[in-house]
Design a binder for this molecule. Structure first.
Ligand code: 13P
Length: 251
């Protein structure tokens, strides 16, 4: 049985004070939940204050990006070792905003994923098609390509650290959620691919989150899909009531 995993991606939002009260509010509401793996991913500058606010609760924290080198002359970048040093557990890799806004390639994402695993972090690898790619019937092709390139050179032992997040780009921040049938179809395809790339036991073990306008009102329906093992939540993770409600629904 795969344990549900719900993570909040705060993106470039909050402030010192807002990050602190969001984290403390979540601890009050859901800090003791044990049946769901939970994480929040604040901006880098607020990681440590969020870590402090989360304290010994069951809510872990993650970063939104990582660089693949360990240290050195890479102005503005943060390494997996640095994240591990502040007791960070997770890191999001290959988010669609980094792919499509910042211009990250599958090759760069693969290096980041590998560095994250080597550094002892648990990466969340994001994949997903653009609206025009879905319209052109290319969803599977795009997602398969992103997964094969993203996981290139990652062996069976190392891939166990990874969570996959299927985030259709047209559903992100648009209020337009994929239907549970659309999500299930792609999730099942991803699991089949993992069985081909690795083996059936890895495919059954790895968790696949859905992301894209996930909110309290669609949590139960999405989570009822047999291959949806969790959610990567953007907008709704910025509100204590909404994110807590989603966790309680899954619990
Ligand atoms: P929204 O939930 O705001 O659509 O964002 C999803 C997302 O990109 C999470 O990584």
């Amino acid at each position: 049985m795969r344990k549900p995993f719900i993570a909040g991606n705060w993106k470039m939002n909050t402030s010192h004070q807002a990050a602190k009260s969001l984290a403390s509010g979540l601890v009050d509401q859901i800090g003791n939940v044990t049946t769901v793996d939970m994480a929040v991913c604040p901006p880098f500058v607020y990681l440590q204050l969020v870590a402090k606010a989360l304290g010994s609760s069951n809510i872990a924290f993650g970063a939104q990006d990582v660089y693949f080198e360990r240290n050195g002359a890479f102005t503005g970048e943060i390494s997996a070792e640095m994240l591990k040093d502040i007791c960070c557990t997770y890191v999001i890799v290959g988010h669609s905003e980094r792919r499509h806004v910042i211009g990250e390639t599958d090759e760069l994402i693969n290096k980041k994923l590998s560095a994250a695993i080597n550094g002892g972090l648990l990466p969340i690898l994001c994949v997903g098609e653009l609206h025009e790619e879905r319209e052109a019937g290319k969803t599977d092709e795009v997602v398969v390509n992103q997964l094969k390139k993203g996981l290139a050179g990652i062996c069976k032992e190392r891939v166990q650290a990874v969570t996959i997040a299927y985030e259709p780009v047209w559903a992100i921040g648009t209020g337009k959620t994929a239907t549970s049938d659309q999500a299930q179809e792609v999730h099942a395809m991803i699991r089949k691919l993992l069985a081909e790339m690795y083996d059936e036991s890895i495919a059954q073990e790895l968790r696949i989150q859905y992301g894209g306008s996930a909110k309290p009102s669609n949590t139960a329906e999405l989570m009822a899909c047999p291959d949806v093992d969790g959610l990567l939540v953007g907008g709704a993770s910025l509100k204590v009531e909404d994110f807590s409600a989603m966790i309680k629904t899954v619990e």
